[in-house]
Each structure stands twice: as structure tokens, then as C-alpha cells.
Design a protein around this ligand. Structure first.
Ligand code: PLP
Length: 400
């Protein structure tokens, strides 16, 4: 048995492609083409060259000494925050735009939450000279203002979405609507391991460079090519999928995922889908969804725009249900405190999303010799205003 996708596009009972009739042929065609293209020598050559020379890979694997001391383990940080555009998202957008070009598509659309995927998409569209439309919830347009300006500067058109609670789910709805109107000439670059098959598998493969590098870097640093623990935050699940990809069926490696608890799972003001969700269909996949008894989506709530989503990728829904992964719910205040802690102990300001993974460290029981690899999915430049306005959550680190 494997935790990877099966040939029908399912992870256990999760996944599949539940799309409107009008998108059927487009999704089928993508399903037929994606592996052929991604595994071709020509694609791999272009993709790897761009990851090296444009993104700045390999990203460092850094032994965080003061944090290791504090949490009683050997903590290595996988520094996706150092990538061009500031997060792991660019690994995926470079791959998808190369695929779009090879499939003859003329126009790119994307959804974005915090704006990191929007920026990464606008960036590769500038690079490849393709028109780009980004859908973003109106609330996120407001709270992630600098990313909006970056996308505009890069030449993308931003379309603020005012339905629902004006966040990522609503932006995704609008992007899918656009795709339905232009199924033949438009390529939809999805930013996470969500959406209809083959997207979750395609995005996981394009992010799997993270664990490929971890393997090589761990040999060099510890003499062993696997860690005891892998830790990452999950919104839709792409940085986590990349982090665990080459270890997913290796039971020596424990997987710990951190989802956004918001004000707390029990308060109902939460984005912790694996804790609070039930089986449903969202954005083309069968997965865990936060919903009412009659199937209406419950709006997600998190301080972190990148995790503010009422669904979860089918890979992670399966890992959690099968108990392959331990999933912790991290509340807003715990994430903010963890971000301040990393900033003061290691001189690294992480993205609010990544801070959820960092906060999970305090809930673990490590042995001193345990090798722990935690992915810092992005940098915190976009979140500085939020950090400053929530100083009171930072405890001892907030006195300045
Ligand atoms: C988008 C984003 C996330 C959440 O998305 P995943 O697909 O779950 O990785 C996490 N961290 C950062 C920095 C992001 O930009």
C-alpha cells in the first residue's frame, strides 16, 4: 500500500476530479499530458535550470542551534523563505507555466490568499510573457496590500472577489468560473495540492524538490538520509507535500502537520479543516471540508491569509485519516508567539503560515538526538504589520 495517488487520482477515499461538464475535456487532456511533459528530459532540464538560477535553489538546510537547545532536539530548518519571491510557491508556478506553454495555452489565471501564489504566478508570467489574471478575496486584497502592489507591478490584473467572506475559497470559486468560460485557451495555475485530479499530484511533484534536497542535505549534515520527524504547516498542503514527498511511505519518518486553529477549534472560528471537517466535495476534489449538516461551506477563520481555507488537499486528508500523519491545530496567538520566538532566537522572521509549524514544536516530546526537519515555507515581510498589531500575543518578546 502507498500513500501516493493511485491511477484513478485518489488518495484512499479522497481526491478524484469532480468538475462541471464544460471542464471535463480540459481536465482529461491535462491528466493525459502532465506526467508525459513533467517527466520528459526537456522539461526537467528547463525546470531544474530555472530552479537553480532564477529561484536560487537548493534552499539551505540550516541547523537552528538556539531553537534546538530550547526544544531538546536537532532542529533543521528547510529555508523555503529564501526562495525568489519569498516562499515555496514559485517551485510550483515555474513548473506549471512551462507545462502551460508546452500545451499551447495563451492566458494564465490563478487564485491567491495571502498573495504569495499570486506573486509567484505574476512573476513567471512576466518571465514567460503571458497575460495573467489573479483572483483574490477582497479582505485579503486589504490585509495583504504589499503583495497586491507587487502583482500589479509585475503586470498582472487583480480581480478582488466580494462573495462569501471575501477570502481564498471565494477567490478559488471565481477562478474556476473564469476557467469554465475559457477552457481551451486558459491554463489555471492552482497554488496548492487542491482541486481536481491531476492538480494535487502535479503540485506535489513540482514541490517534491524540497524533500529531494532534504535527503541529500541530511546525508551531508547527519550521515543519514532521513530525519526522525518532518514538520510543516498545511493550508491546502503544498509545502507539506513537498517536504514529505520522498518519505511518505518510509515509516521511520514521523510526519507532523500544523493546521490553523484560528481562535480555537472549539470556538468555531477556525480554519482547522482536518479537526473540524467532514467528507465532502470542494473545488473539484472529494476531501475533508468544513460544512454544516446540510453541506453548506462554513467560512474559515485564521489570522494567516495563506491558511484561511475550509478544505484540505486529498493527500493530507488521507494521511490524517490513516494516522500516517499527526495533525495539530495551532491557534492565532500561538503562531504569532512562535514567529517572534524564531525572530529573536535565530534572526529569521517567518511567514505567519510557517509560524504555525514552529508553534507545533512546543507540543512535541522529542529526544535530544532526534533529527527534526521543519519547513519554513515563507518569509514574514508581508506579515510585519500583523505582527506589530498583535504584539500582545508575543509574551516576553513583545516588549519593545
Ligand atoms: C500559501 C502558503 C502556505 C499554505 O499553502 P500550502 O499549499 O499548504 O503550502 C504556507 N506558507 C506560505 C508561506 C504560503 O505562502
Amino acid at each position: 500500500m502507498s500513500y501516493q495517488v493511485d491511477e484513478k487520482g485518489f488518495y484512499g477515499e479522497f481526491g478524484g476530479a469532480y468538475v462541471p461538464e464544460i471542464l471535463y475535456a480540459t481536465v482529461e487532456n491535462l491528466k493525459k499530458e502532465y506526467l508525459k511533459v513533467i517527466e520528459s528530459e526537456e522539461f526537467q532540464k528547463e525546470y531544474m535550470a530555472l530552479l537553480r538560477d532564477y529561484v536560487g535553489r537548493p534552499s539551505p538546510l540550516y541547523l537552528a542551534k538556539r531553537m534546538s537547545e530550547k526544544y531538546g532536539c536537532q532542529l533543521y530548518l528547510k529555508r523555503e523563505d529564501l526562495n525568489h519571491t519569498g516562499a515555496h510557491k514559485i517551485n510550483n508556478t515555474i513548473g506549471q507555466i512551462l507545462l502551460a506553454k508546452k500545451m499551447g495555452k495563451k492566458r494564465i489565471i490563478a487564485e491567491t490568499g495571502a498573495g504569495q501564489h499570486g506573486v509567484a504566478t505574476a512573476t513567471v508570467c512576466a518571465l514567460m510573457d503571458m497575460p495573467c489574471v489573479v483572483y483574490q478575496g477582497a479582505l485579503d486584497v486589504e490585509r495583504q496590500h504589499t503583495n497586491v502592489e507587487r502583482m500589479k507591478m509585475l503586470g498582472a490584473e487583480i480581480r478582488p472577489v466580494t462573495s462569501g467572506n471575501c477570502t481564498l475559497k471565494d477567490a478559488t470559486n471565481e477562478a474556476i468560473r473564469d476557467w469554465c468560460c475559457h477552457p481551451s485557451d486558459t491554463f489555471y495555475i492552482i497554488g496548492s495540492t487542491v482541486g481536481p485530479h491531476p492538480y494535487p499530484d502535479m503540485v506535489a511533484r513540482l514541490q517534491s524538490i524540497i524533500s529531494k534536497e532534504i535527503k541529500e542535505q541530511l546525508v551531508e549534515k547527519t550521515g543519514r538520509d532521513y530525519p526522525d520527524y518532518l514538520m510543516a504547516c498545511v493550508g491546502g498542503g503544498s509545502n507539506a507535500a513537498g517536504t514529505i514527498y520522498h518519505y511518505i511511505d518510509d515509516e521511520r519518518v514521523k510526519i507532523v502537520l500544523a493546521e490553523a486553529g484560528g481562535l480555537g477549534v472549539e470556538t468555531g472560528h477556525t480554519a482547522a479543516t482536518i479537526h473540524a471537517g467532514s467528507l465532502g466535495i470542494l473545488h473539484g476534489a472529494r476531501t475533508l471540508v468544513m460544512q454544516t449538516a446540510d453541506g453548506q461551506i462554513i467560512e474559515a477563520e485564521s489570522i494567516s491569509a495563506g491558511l484561511d481555507y475550509p478544505g484540505i488537499g486529498p493527500m493530507h486528508a488521507n494521511l490524517a485519516t490513516q494516522h500516517r500523519a499527526t495533525v495539530l491545530s495551532i491557534n492565532d496567538d500561538e503562531a504569532v508567539k512562535a514567529a517572534y520566538e524564531l525572530t529573536r532566537l535565530e534572526g529569521i522572521i517567518p511567514a505567519l503560515e510557517s509560524a504555525h509549524a514552529l508553534a507545533a514544536l512546543g507540543k512535541m516530546n522529542f529526544r535530544k538526538e532526534d533529527v527534526v526537519v521543519l519547513t519554513v515555507s515563507g518569509r514574514g515581510d508581508k506579515d510585519v504589520e500583523t505582527y506589530l498589531s498583535h504584539k500582545e500575543m508575543a509574551g516576553e518578546y513583545g516588549n519593545f
